[in-house]
Write a protein that binds this ligand. Sequence first.
Ligand code: SF4
Length: 704
Amino acid sequence: TITHAPAPVRTTCAYCGVGCGVVATADGKGGATIAGDAAHPANQGRLCVKGAALGETLATGHRLLHPTIHGVRTTWNRALDAVTKGFRDTIERHGPDAVALYLSGQLLTEDYYVANKLMKGFIGSANVDTNSRLCMASTVAGHRRAFGADIVPGCYEDLDEADLVVLTGSNTAWCHPVLWQRIEQARTRRGTRVVVIDPRRTVTADSADLHLAVAPGMDAVLFARLLVEIAEGGAVDTNYVTRHTDGFEAALANAREIAPSRADAAARCALTEQALAAFLDWWIETPRVVTCFSQGINQSAQGTDKVNAILNVHLAAGRIGRPGCGPFSLTGQPNAMGGREVGGLANQLAAHMGFSPDEVDRVGRFWQAPGMAGKEGRKAVSMFEAIERGEIRALWVLCTNPAASLPRADAMRSALRQLDFLAVSEVSAHVDGLAEAATVVLPSAAWGEKNGTVTNSERRISRQRPFLAPPGEAQPDWWQICEVARRLGHGQAFDFASPAAIFREHAALSAFENDGARLFDIGGLADLTDQAYDALEPVQWPLPSGRDAGTQRLFADGGFAHADGCARLVPLAPPALSAPPTAEHPLLLNTGRVRDHWHTMTRTGLSPRLAQHRNAPFVEVHPADAERFGLEDGAFAAVSTRQGQVELRVVVTDSQQPGSIFAPIHWTDANAARARVGSLVHARTDPVSGQPDSKTVPASIRPW
Ligand code: SF4
């Protein structure tokens, strides 16, 4: 039972992957005051407006309070029995691959761990995937190709200590605001230069020393040209490349094919040669360079190649793992990293292991699992296509809404209704298109009530601690999963008394038969007492047994996770759009976020202050396109793609390139009429990562 805690509680922000520490002081009336945690290394007391407004989002009037079956209130016992029966019947009739779990980067690591253990070890299918597939999967795949494991080499201090910060595919000022504050401080303190590579002229781009408004989809051309110029300019770290990498010559030959000259690269990227030259020269002449990348790189049908194009240049120049330099993935969600650590993606097992026979055997022995999945499961888009085809018949969705956020969201809404059985674990009673399709709805505990850990973009594990009691009968997700596992006959393996017990097992598995080759090792936390877990200070993994401090940086002296210890430079496919514009759909739709909202606004929508920044859905259009399509600023337009249509208010702005339009993802049928942008997005995915392209969707626009 979680009890009300009147004293200040140190926890972690509910939103982005910066993972800021928050001090929450409950007011005894269901609310709390919120302050930045000065002792948390990620933010050192800073908060952005979303974090600062967390206290305004704690009302419970919108919450699910009781379990329901077919919309009728029931007991937890009956609801959990119904979930168990729905899964058991489907497995008996159609086999384990006919059931699936769909999770979220908002879940805590402990929730994620038991969900993966249940599916991959005890149900015997790896059909467990997560909305992180829509967020960072290309980074995971790029890291694994280059480093042999999904590892961010650096830390936030690198942003403080860099002389050049390159932000590509990232509106950092809006989407990772506290990191942007750190970068701004470095600019003031040491004159750090900032380059932004983004087709849009965002607030971040406006503030940069150099903005490269790259043509949509052409980012890899830029980094291929950089690799060529690193080689031709004598900036290759020959010692590093020789001792710690493999594939340099092949990657360089490939880069020369992609970007044979500055003029060619500038033309393909729609940049002036002068602007391109400034970027190339600054990067090459600045040893302390951090290249940050986020959704503009990931959410692409060539996202993995784009990630590797960035990793290639840092490996070639040996600018990795040392203070002030390295490639840096800015994670979107608060616990996408923690989910990745426990195997939250369908193509990974727990503790960063894959599906090689050795790894399946090792995890199976550790779990004493009766039915280990022997192969990768279906990635998110493929999972829902299997639902459409009737191959997956029972689904449990926790903490996310695929009917709003997956590509082809209208089709996904229909697919959910085709299932024989759908369970939904949710916080909010007003989740568009999901609860209506569910057989069983389970009320989950929310931020401020949950207890566990998250991992931020710099590999730092932090505690989320409760300071409020859950309303009604809401329960933590980990408890719900363990109760279903127990009913399925696996009680012994899921006999966890607390999140601390789950975390200890997770940490022990990371160290199990690990001779150091698997870099994800937090064995040093495997023996935490409940009290020590509760008091755990933010710490960066790896933290193997016998060490008393985490690891700030990796790879300065090699030590990659490939069997030979070397990193790989990776040749790229020719950069191209996943689907070029057509006569019917002559524009490219780019989707993204605004500063003060998060996902589908189930939390940020509760704060009037946050709603002031952008209070209604919109589409940004360049003046030339506004004229071309007869659009007026402030009027409504119908935006159409092959997948669907929405109606949005037009914002005419030269922050867009001609030929491109931008619409934010936050509004759904629950908070605005006909504005669900997910319904426009196509299901073209990266062949390696399975991540869908939601940045360059052919679209048309007309007055409405
Ligand atoms: Fe929360 Fe991210 Fe803002 Fe930090 S930067 S307060 S983690 S939303």
